[in-house]
Write a protein that binds this ligand. Sequence first.
Ligand code: ZN
Length: 147
Amino acid sequence: MDLKELYRDVILDHNKRPRNFGRLEPPAHSARGHNPLCGDQLTIYATLDGEVVSELRFEGSGCAISVASASLMTEAVRGKTRAEIGRLFGLVHDLLTRSDAPAPAELGKLAALSGVHGFPARVKCASLCWHTLNAALEGAGVPVSTE
Ligand code: ZN
């Protein structure tokens, strides 16, 4: 199995069996995100313990990339600080938009999203959950739209 097939299998698995799917009740932070280009809709719930995201869930519906990306994100950022999450988002954004280089090791399973590079219309599908998480952590309360 080559890397491309492995990555595809990770995406398909997380789309079929999303991790941390569900909701958290207030006082957990939450935000809604919408990608009108594709129809993806997500709500992200996050519990902060000081600066650390201690619990994270999401619900919603969308294409395989948006659901798999959100599922992978919830696994990747739980237990991390807001600053660490910001840095991780930067790496994911690079991976999605411009990098042909191998994914940095610290991305872990998020590297499976590298196949999105080369499909510009899908970048918003994959990044929607990250923008929505940012909004939830900032407590802006304004729905996120990728438009
Ligand atoms: Zn989508």
